[in-house]
Ligand binder design. Structure first.
Ligand code: GLU
Length: 478
C-alpha cells in the first residue's frame, strides 16, 4: 500500500514553527516512501478563520520548498481539498450514522449542558452530561422539535471497553470509552465539527498515516471509533511532541519569532529553517546537524522521532542560518540578498553595486536582515549613530588620525582594499598608535557607526572621492 499523508492546517493565522514542523515531517515521510503528500485546509470553523490565511500558508510552504502533491492549489483525485467545499459529504456521513444508530440527535441547550457539567464535575462519570439525550423517547423528541430547539448530532460512544492506539511515536495508549463521552459531530446550524470532518476526510482521501501534534492525541480514539462505525480502517498515527521555548514553556510569541513569515522577513534562508526544524524532535545520529533536503528525505523515519518535547533554540537556528549563508557561492548569495531586500521593499534592493558588497558581508551576517545595519550607510548616506559620533568627537587623537588617513589615501592607486590597508597601517606606525585606537575614528567617519563591515573593504567600496569627503566631514566635527 502506497503511503498517503496529509497536512491539515486550520486557516487561523500565520504558519508557526510547530505547524511547519508537522508539515515537514509529513512531507519527508511521504517523499522517503515515494508516497503522496496532501495539503487539506480545515476551514469548517468560519468564525476562527482569518482573511488571507490560506494564501499565507501556501506561500510559506512554497517558500520552504515543501511541494504538496494534492492541494487546493493543485487539485487532485480526492478533491476538493478545502473542507468548506465538502459539506455535502459530512451530511451524508451523518445520515448513514443516524440510520445505523451510531449517532443521535441531541436537543440540549448550551446552558443545560453547562449546568449538567457543573453537577457532574466531582462524580465518577464526568462525561455523563454528554449522554443525556442518548435515549430520548419519540414523545420527548417530538416535544423538543415542537419547541423549535435545534438538534446537534452526537456520536454514540460505547459505554464500555477501551480503544487502544498503537502510536508510532508514543507507543501503546488505551482510552477508556466511558471517559470519552458522546462526541459532537454536527452543530445546531448543520455545520460539521472537526471530529467529523477530519477523520471522514482522512478516510475518503485514503490517508494511511496521520502525523500531527500531540495536542490532538485525545481526539484519536473518538476519530477512530467514528471511522470504524463507518466501516473504514483508521490510519496509523504518529503524534509529535510539542515544541517548547528555552524556558521549557510551550513556544509562543514571548520567545521571539515564531512564524515562517517572521523568519523570512528577518532574512533566514528556507534551507536553514527546514534543516533546523527537522532536528526539532528527530535526529539522524548523535552528531550530524547540517543536512540537505535530499539527505533529510533519504534519512527520515518515524522510528527516530523523539517522544520527549523538543526545545526551540533560537541561537542554534541563527548559527545554522549563518552556516548556510556562508556556504553559498557569491552569485547565490547576491541573489538571496537581492530577493530578501526586494521582499522587504528596501531601497538597497536595486543598488547597482550590490554584488561588490557580498565579500564585505558574507562572513559576518547571521541573517540577511542584518545587511542594512552593516553596510546600508555605504550604499546611501545615513545620519551617523549619535553615540558613535559622540565617541568620535570626544577622542582627542581623532583629528590627527583623520588628517593623516586622508593624506595617506589621497592619490592612492590602485584604490583597493589591499592598498588601503597598506597606507592605513602606515598611519598607525607614523602616529605610534595601535590599529584598534587609530581605526575607531576612521571607522566612525566612514560608516557612521562602530559596527561595520571590514574597514579597508568599506573604504575601497566608497572610492576615493566619497571616502575623502566622509573623512573631511568627520575632521570638521572634531
Ligand atoms: N486542523 C487541525 C489543526 O490545525 C489539525 C488536524 C489534524 O492534523 O488532525 O489543529
Amino acid at each position: 500500500m502506497s503511503v498517503r499523508v496529509r497536512f491539515a492546517p486550520s486557516p487561523t493565522g500565520f504558519l508557526h514553527v510547530g505547524g511547519v514542523r508537522t508539515a515537514l515531517y509529513n512531507w519527508l515521510f511521504a517523499r522517503h516512501h515515494g508516497g503522496t503528500a496532501v495539503l487539506r485546509i480545515e476551514d469548517t470553523d468560519t468564525e476562527r478563520e482569518t482573511a488571507g490565511a490560506i494564501e499565507q500558508i501556501q506561500r510559506s510552504l512554497d517558500w520552504l520548498g515543501l511541494d504538496f502533491d494534492e492541494s487546493p492549489a493543485t487539485g487532485g483525485p480526492h478533491g476538493p481539498y478545502r473542507q468548506s467545499e465538502r459539506m455535502e459529504r459530512y451530511r451524508d456521513a451523518v445520515e448513514r450514522l443516524l440510520e445505523a444508530g451510531h449517532a443521535y440527535r441531541c436537543y440540549q441547550t448550551a446552558e443545560e449542558l453547562e449546568a449538567a457539567r457543573e453537577r457532574a464535575r466531582h462524580t465518577d462519570d464526568p462525561a455523563a452530561p454528554t449522554r443525556l439525550h442518548r435515549d430520548l423517547t419519540h414523545e420527548q423528541v417530538a416535544r423538543f422539535a415542537a419547541e423549535g430547539r435545534p438538534a446537534i448530532i452526537r456520536f454514540r460512544t460505547p459505554l464500555e471497553g477501551e480503544t487502544v492506539v498503537e502510536d508510532l511515536v508514543r507507543g501503546r495508549i488505551a482510552f477508556e470509552h466511558r471517559l470519552l463521552g458522546d462526541t459532537v459531530l454536527m452543530r445546531g446550524d448543520g455545520g460539521s465539527t472537526y471530529q467529523l470532518a477530519n477523520p471522514l476526510d482522512d478516510l475518503e482521501m485514503g490517508i494511511t498515516h496521520v502525523i500531527r501534534g500531540e495536542d490532538l492525541l485525545p481526539s484519536t480514539p473518538r476519530q477512530r471509533l467514528l471511522v470504524e462505525a463507518l466501516g473504514g480502517a483508521f490510519p496509523q498515527t504518529a503524534h509529535l511532541s510539542m515544541i517548547l521555548g528555552s524556558d521549557k514553556k510551550r513556544l509562543s510569541k514571548r520567545h521571539g519569532a515564531a512564524s515562517v513569515e517572521e523568519f523570512r522577513e528577518a532574512g533566514y534562508v528556507p534551507q536553514a529553517l527546514v534543516n533546523f526544524l527537522a532536528l526539532c524532535g528527530w535526529s539522524w545520529d548523535a552528531e550530524t546537524e547540517i543536512m540537505s533536503l535530499a539527505e533529510l528525505v533519504e534519512r527520515f523515519s518515524l522510528e527516530r522521532v523523539n517522544p520527549a518535547p523538543a526545545v526551540f533554540d533560537h541561537e542554534k537556528l541563527a548559527w545554522m542560518n549563518g552556516t548556510y549563508l556562508r556556504a553559498l557561492d557569491a552569485d547565490a548569495y547576491a541573489g538571496a540578498l537581492r530577493a530578501h531586500l526586494a521582499d522587504a521593499a528596501s531601497p538597497l534592493a536595486d543598488a547597482e553595486r550590490l554584488d561588490e558588497l557580498v565579500p564585505l558581508v558574507q562572513e559576518k551576517l547571521g541573517a540577511l536582515g542584518e545587511f542594512d545595519g552593516l553596510v546600508g550607510s555605504l550604499v546611501e548616506e545615513r545620519d551617523p549613530d549619535p553615540e558613535a559620533w559622540a565617541r568620535l568627537t570626544a577622542d582627542e587623537r581623532a583629528g590627527a588620525v583623520l588628517e593623516a588617513a586622508a593624506a595617506a589615501l589621497t592619490g592612492l592607486e590602485p584604490f583597493d582594499a589591499e592598498a588601503v590597508e597598506g597606507v592605513l597601517r602606515g598611519v598607525c606606525e607614523a602616529l605610534d598608535l595601535k590599529p584598534r585606537q587609530a581605526f575607531l575614528p576612521i571607522r566612525i567617519a566612514i560608516a557612521g557607526s562602530t559596527v561595520a563591515a571590514g574597514l579597508y573593504e568599506s573604504i575601497a567600496f566608497l572610492g576615493p572621492d566619497e571616502a575623502l569627503r566622509r573623512l573631511a566631514r568627520a575632521r570638521a566635527a572634531v
